[in-house]
Design a protein around this ligand. Sequence first.
Ligand code: HAM
Length: 427
Amino acid sequence: MSLKGPRGTQDILPGEVEKWQFVESVLSDVCRRYNYKEVRTPIFEHTELFQRGVGDTTDIVQKEMYTFEDRGGRSLTLRPEGTASVVRSFVQNKVYGLPNQPTKYYYFGPMFRYERPQQGRMRQFVQFGIEALGSDDPAIDAEVIALAMNSYQELGLQSLKLVLNSLGDQESREEHRKALISHFDPYREELCEDCQVRLDQNPMRVLDCKKDKDHPAMSTAPSILEYLNDYSRTYFENVKSYLDKMGIPYTIDPNLVRGLDYYNHTAFEIMSESEGFGAITTLSGGGRYNGLVEEIGGPETSGIGFAMSIERLLMALEAEGVTLPLEEKLDCYIVALGEEAEKEAAGVVYQLRKAGIQVDKDYAGKKVKAQFKSADRLQAKYVLVLGENELANGQINVKRMATGDQETIALADVVEYMKKEFKGEQS
Ligand code: HAM
């Protein structure tokens, strides 16, 4: 029996991987412009980090983590998300003590969740995310949202919907919590088993339940927005006015609660509205998490960020029919005729590559005709031919495939010649 990769994982092969490289380079460039710096943290952490960070009552911690014991008996977990790790790193490395706060980070990397795989939902997926730590200025909430929207737009997506909510501060949430309990308690028996537990532990989670979403009590549930205290309401108003200034449209959804426990104040998701995107329409999500840095053992520091998976981003690009400007052509292919020429060709290939030119040759002992076919298949822009005659005269034939022009030049000049050709092509 042949072995297959685990369910919910995928191989990204050449042909597809170029799309990943392209979107990663665009996203990194957007981060450069917004002055976010890259951070890289480990793929596994102590399990406790996620229990404390993401929250004990979340589905992620209760049902979806890849947790294992190492040989030293420590409980470790493959990270299900990036925020807790970034905050841990921020605290451990005392980054809060450096000048130039807030700290603005971005990251890419695989995340792991034991979810039921379906289109857009993987067990290993790659997140791109950003975190801004050390500012509770509503302008930075708008900056984070702007970066997210900007990233999608830059890649060519148009059918986007930004959904916004405020979860308020602790005081507001406490009042809302009480209201939710008295609202749902009469229906306790009618709610799913999970929600009965949620009602005691974290009643806001009930609003996010997929099983009970059509229960009549859902649509009449008290909205968090009615329970925001003055500080939280003003904060939210300010975030919205910054978005208005930037011309970023949004829809308010008081039932947007997000699946992680650390959020307060601003919470948002960006959805794809393109037809054919699939059942899961959320492209990315994020929000403010004042209090998380303290929870992880650092000083009082506010934070906000968001994350998207590259898998869903690529799905959205495909659904909207966006073609990425990928270079599929090979710069140069060298065809060699005979053993001597083949040896000489290996040297020319080496020199050209050192000079920055992309070049390939045959390694399968193919006949000349088949070598030309390879050059054709690889869409070589130039084909260099080194036959017996050329070799005897210390020459090489250069054919520019786009025009069909060809020239025989001195072998000793080939690197300079090709360098000039490519310079001309770029200018
Ligand atoms: P999240 O909503 O759990 O938030 O995930 C963010 C994004 O990761 C989702 O919107 C989606 O694009 C992607 N994603 C999540 N699960 C999967 C999956 N199983 N397969 C494919 N893609 C998936 C967080 O993770 C927070 N750490 C975001 C954040 C950063 N909040 C503040 N800072």
